[in-house]
Design a protein around this ligand. Sequence first.
Ligand code: M6R
Length: 366
Amino acid sequence: EKGGYDHFMLKEIYEQPNVIKDTYRGRLHANKGLIQMAGIEDNLEKFLNADRILIVACGTSWHAGLVAEYIIEEFARIPVEVEYASEFRYRNPIINKNDVVIAISQSGETADTLAAIKLSKEKGAFVFGVCNVVGSSISRETHAGAYTHAGPEIGVASTKAFTTQITVLTMIALRLAKAKGTLSNSDFHRYLQELELIPEKVAEALTTNDKAKEIAAKFKDAPNCLYLGRGYNFPVALEGALKLKEISYIHAEGYPAAEMKHGPIALIDEHMPVVVIAPKQGHYDKVVSNIQEIKSRSGKIIAVVTKGDTQVRELADYVIEIPNTSDALSPLLTTIPLQLLSYHIAVMRGCNVDQPRNLAKSVTVE
Ligand code: M6R
């Protein structure tokens, strides 16, 4: 059942090239310059007339929501707010009829997300679900939606659900951008083509497994770890840190790289591993100066870089190379080595990778 892998988590990490393809199959038509998603086509006017989009979710799905915020605002120029469902539901939020609410949930059973949906419906908003489990409570409770088609995710640590959620949300952003004319035709076509190439690039990113294992061996006994990224890769830093803490029980924090100087920099010394996400297309020069700040305080730098990078390589203690893609799509690739890193660290620490202590796959209680 684990398909020859030691754990479901590793199997699910390796399934990503295929499931991302399953997610866009029949929806992304790069050669025709088309995105077709029934749930969006049927409700296009609601999205186009929306004053704003509110995204509600928990955990890893909330991180996918943060990536989507950056992508939807950049491509479709619609204001987006991302909320923890548990906070949203209890803070008497302002929800209007012209708001579109997107609820993201792998299981489709998360209690807080479900409650946030019910509240949004009571206030008259249109609610769209991005779920993985077909027929789940959230998929039934929402007005419309799009499934991620990742297949069953058994490992408690979410991996393929995250990358397929981002794939769906990117397609939504592109479809809305097309309708609104907020992306040039050439950019729109370029993104479709690049998205189509993502599965093979994820496969290439998976070849960093040995490197991730080698780095894991060096840092498996660290009590703390910091993850830094900027722009589209800031949420990836949060997700990398969540993955490490939930399966290896190492305390980890994700931060936008530039926020480091507002506090966390005080933590850095020669014992602190800092994972920096530094792809070429991002705010590269800014991230390089953040790396210099860490280095001058003797922090240990593990950098995720674009293949062929030389500048970060000179500064970092370890580098993991991923293929090149545009900035907006880079989370689909930068996430991969971070999943592998936390997996190997957890295995080396003798942790129960697929069923970490105190955690359940679906959180059906608030
Ligand atoms: O099923 P959901 O996507 O609604 O679950 C939300 C979170 O409970 C979930 O992502 C959790 O954070 C994972 N264990 C993270 O790996």
